[in-house]
Design a protein around this ligand. Structure first.
Ligand code: E4P
Length: 308
């Protein structure tokens, strides 16, 4: 799985790029608002700087602000004309449905994707909250689709009366450890019963069959999933699955809130995860890694040190 960084902060981009593991950048209007505050450049110069730091072969997703089909197409063409010369890395981000009221402009995202891709401008379809939205975007010709894992987790957690946010841990969904254990047991039994003859015995399916078994008698069972999507990672997994025959479309797991989600979306087969700097930073830490580093440092004998 490729790693992109989900930020428009120049310092964060530079730092993460210096590690040699970041192969793309995603931004959105909220990230631009935040990143722009810490520069003294004009907006144009600031965007150019992002593109320059990224460099060739490092796609940078920039989102349109228009919500009409015509507006989005014009912005995409203008943006691409002006900025793609810098490092040939501009990807235009188009919301699958740009209409906050889900009324007149709700089809404009899809129409815009269809037209923009026909000008050979790569499109990242954003605000994907269901695999079926991803399917439409892929059919329209999007090169990337971005399912928003963290926001779906927030949505589910809010419905269960829990806090939203980046401190989410998957086990928080469940009232107690005992329930989790029960969940996994039932999940394995369910797998045996229902999936034995099926080739698709992946963990994701087992996990969610388990959840369905646990909550099936609960009066609140509808709250545990969003129309059959049980978590942000499940959204990514099902998006990967639904698009498995779309060889030219890459699934970017977006709205990532913690290292565990990074692991789980990788296991789910996401082509890319776009990760905020703080989450990348969190991946470095493990208590035992730091303890190990301390011990190795203490144990260096002078004769060994002298070799370097
Ligand atoms: C995707 O490309 C978006 O920029 C991003 O991942 C949104 O994440 P958020 O839900 O943390 O704002």
């Amino acid at each position: 799985m490729e790693i992109y960084i989900d930020t428009a902060d120049l310092k964060e981009i530079k730092k993460a790029k210096s590690w040699g593991i970041v192969s793309g950048i995603t931004t959105n209007p909220s990230l631009i608002k935040k990143g722009y505050k810490s520069t003294s450049s004009s907006m144009g110069k600031y965007i150019k700087e992002i593109l320059e730091i990224a460099g060739i072969n490092c796609p940078v997703s920039l989102e349109v602000t228009a919500t009409s089909e015509f507006g989005m197409i014009e912005q995409a063409k203008d943006f691409h004309d002006v900025y793609n010369k810098i490092a040939k890395n501009v990807v235009i981000k188009i919301p699958i449905n740009p209409d906050p009221d889900n009324r007149v402009a709700k089809y404009d995202g899809l129409n815009a994707i269809d037209k923009i891709q026909s000008y050979e401008i790569p499109v990242n379809a954003t605000l994907i909250m269901t695999p079926e939205q991803a399917l439409l975007a892929a059919e329209a010709g999007a090169k990337y689709v971005s399912p928003f894992a963290g926001r779906i987790d927030d949505f589910l957690r809010e419905r269960l009366g829990m806090d939203a946010g980046r401190n989410f841990m998957k086990s928080d969904y469940w009232p107690a450890d005992g329930d989790l254990k029960k969940l996994f047991k039932i999940s394995e039994d369910a797998t045996k019963l229902t999936l034995e003859s099926d080739e698709k015995k992946n963990l994701n399916q087992r996990f969610h069959i388990g959840i369905e078994n646990i909550v099936k008698d609960s009066p609140h069972k509808y709250r545990f999933h969003d129309n059959g999507i049980y978590s942000g990672v499940d959204l990514v997994a099902k998006t990967v699955d639904i698009l498995k025959d779309y060889k030219d479309v890459k699934v970017i797991a977006a709205s990532i809130r913690n290292p565990r989600q990074v692991r789980e979306v990788a296991l789910a087969g996401a082509h890319i995860a776009t990760i905020p700097f703080k989450v990348l930073d969190d991946i470095f830490y493990h208590k035992k890694t730091c303890e190990g580093a301390k011990k190795f440092k203490e144990d260096v004998v002078p004769e060994y040190e002298a070799l370097f």
